[in-house]
Design a binder for this molecule. Structure first.
Ligand code: AHR
Length: 497
């Protein structure tokens, strides 16, 4: 007989705050992520505010999107900001050479991006071009965005419709400089970063957090070289990336739907290893930055599957299923557990690309299972993390792959309530667990459950949604609070007593 499972939350041992920007989003000029998916232009019949789709913005506002990263990704290192300002009809049309070879008409540029962020009430993360740009181009972009005096660039911004400076919260110097951003060695990148950062000046009250491009796996060479080499120049955080591929192979990543339990578990088990990536890298950072001033941002994460059959492979279109919802929740748990350094992350990406929140086609829109996972975890934005542990966590084993069945996170939210998030990764076995706060059983819980009948249940455009949250509650009986988690489920609850 299996031993009793017990989840214990230590509410009297507050840890670091779970920065709301852990729930940040990424919007790149890629496929229909921005154009069509969010930007339809002011002349469109699809209801919009200054070109941005009303329905998409409203759905994203419900997620309390705290931050948006733009314009890439790989696209950022080929983006020239001057091509995206001024009258739209006069902006140059380029080829998006990174993503699908399609026309990029620059309709969305600096002003449009900041308008989107304002409509969402989100902070802004602008990714600078180190790959094909220059320190001068980056410095002038920052001046255009932030200068408040009478410089020609500040006047140009005013002429283009924005009297006040834009607030740039984060600014990155290049993206994936080990790959699409220039195939550099970390030592070479450090020299280029030092040179560029010397000239990245803004008014003191509009200084962004300066981010350096880092690594993309468990290796720590980028983190170490940056931490050692970037002393004495503006440098506040490292950008680290990590995607989850069911097979772990870029050539054949695995299908987004119609997969077996072997790829269900390989996907979720991989996501849990990201915890070790973060810990190894932050341990290296601790050696060089013991005061923990430098942030470790996981600013691209999510599932990456084989492209949707029939789609442009450069558009990174993929279905989004219950598996993605659990994958998102497991990432949140990893990020909460590392909240001391991980103060910002961005899921890739916001709409129609990779692990999207929203899928659109013409005027239709579907909220994906990932969307609902994000919504369930909203109370954790700016919550104080609390240690939580699982006794007798059952092992989930499929073939040779194994992982713990259950995962937990806990926090004291800004509303004063204690929240617990639970994932049961096991695709076939439900779990019954006793929930305690310290030595005592919780009195009651109330919240929501996300699950579905099939591992690849999805919310398709124009069809009834298969993955939607439902109410979940339980009361203590005889001094014991038992939670019944269905197989393949997420539960987020507020705890009483
Ligand atoms: O998110 C898609 C791409 O993945 C980004 O452009 C790049 O930074 C990463 O390789």
């Amino acid at each position: 007989q299996a031993a009793d499972i017990k989840v214990v939350v230590n509410a009297d041992q507050p840890g670091p705050v779970i920065h709301r920007n852990i729930y940040g989003q990424f919007a790149e000029h890629l496929g229909t992520g921005i154009y069509e998916g969010m930007w339809v232009g002011p002349e469109s019949k699809i209801p919009n505010v200054r070109g941005w789709r009303k329905d998409v913005v409203a759905a994203l506002k419900d997620l309390h999107v705290p931050l948006v990263r733009w314009p890439g990704g790989c696209f950022a290192d080929e983006y020239h900001w001057r091509e995206g300002i001024g009258p739209r009809a006069q902006r140059p049309v380029k080829v998006n050479t990174t993503w699908g070879g399609v026309a990029e008409n620059n309709a969305v540029g600096t002003h449009e991006f900041f308008d989107l962020a304002e409509q969402l009430g989100a902070e802004t993360y602008v990714n600078g071009n180190l790959g094909t740009g220059s320190p001068q181009e980056m410095a002038e972009w920052l001046e255009y965005m932030t200068a408040d005096g009478n410089s020609t660039l500040a006047q140009l911004r005013r002429k283009n419709g924005h009297a006040k400076p834009f607030r740039v919260h984060y600014f990155a110097v290049g993206n994936e400089s080990w790959g699409c951003g220039g195939n550099m060695r970390p030592e070479y990148y450090v020299d280029l970063y030092r040179q560029a950062a010397t000239f990245l000046k803004t008014p003191q009250n509009n200084r962004p957090v300066f981010i350096a491009s880092g690594g993309h796996d468990a290796r720590t060479d980028w983190t170490e070289t940056l931490a050692k080499g970037l002393k004495g120049v503006p440098f506040d955080a490292i950008s680290h990336h990590g995607y989850t591929l069911p097979t772990g192979k870029w050539e054949t990543k695995g299908a987004a739907v119609g997969f077996g339990e072997d790829q269900w578990i390989s996907t979720l088990a991989h996501t849990q290893t990201i915890d070790a990536w973060v810990r190894k890298n932050t341990a290296v950072l601790d050696q060089h930055d013991p005061k923990k001033r430098v942030g470790f941002y996981f600013d691209e994460w999510g599932s990456w599957y084989d492209p949707e059959p029939g789609s442009n492979p450069g558009f990174l279109v993929q279905r989004n299923t219950l598996r993605d919802a659990l994958l998102a929740a497991l990432h949140f748990h990893v990020f909460h557990a590392n909240a001391e350094r991980v103060k910002m992350t961005n899921v890739a990406q916001m709409v129609n690309v990779l692990q999207a929140m929203i899928l659109t086609s013409k005027d239709k829109l579907a909220l994906t299972p990932t969307y609902h996972a994000f919504k369930l975890y909203v109370p954790f934005q700016d919550a104080t993390s609390l240690p939580a542990s699982i006794e007798n966590n059952p092992v989930y084993l499929v073939g040779k792959t194994e992982m713990p069945s259950l995962s937990v996170t806990a926090g004291r939210a800004k509303d004063g309530k204690l929240y617990v998030g639970l994932v049961n990764a096991n695709a076939t076995q439900a779990a019954e667990l006793a929930l305690q706060v310290g030595a005592n059983a919780a009195k009651a819980v109330k919240g929501q459950l996300l699950t579905a009948g099939a591992m690849d249940a999805q919310n398709e455009l124009g069809k009834p949604a298969q993955v939607v949250p439902v109410p979940f509650e339980a009361q203590a009986v005889g001094g014991k609070l038992t939670l019944k988690l269905p197989a393949k489920s997420i539960v987020v609850v507020a705890v009483e007593g």
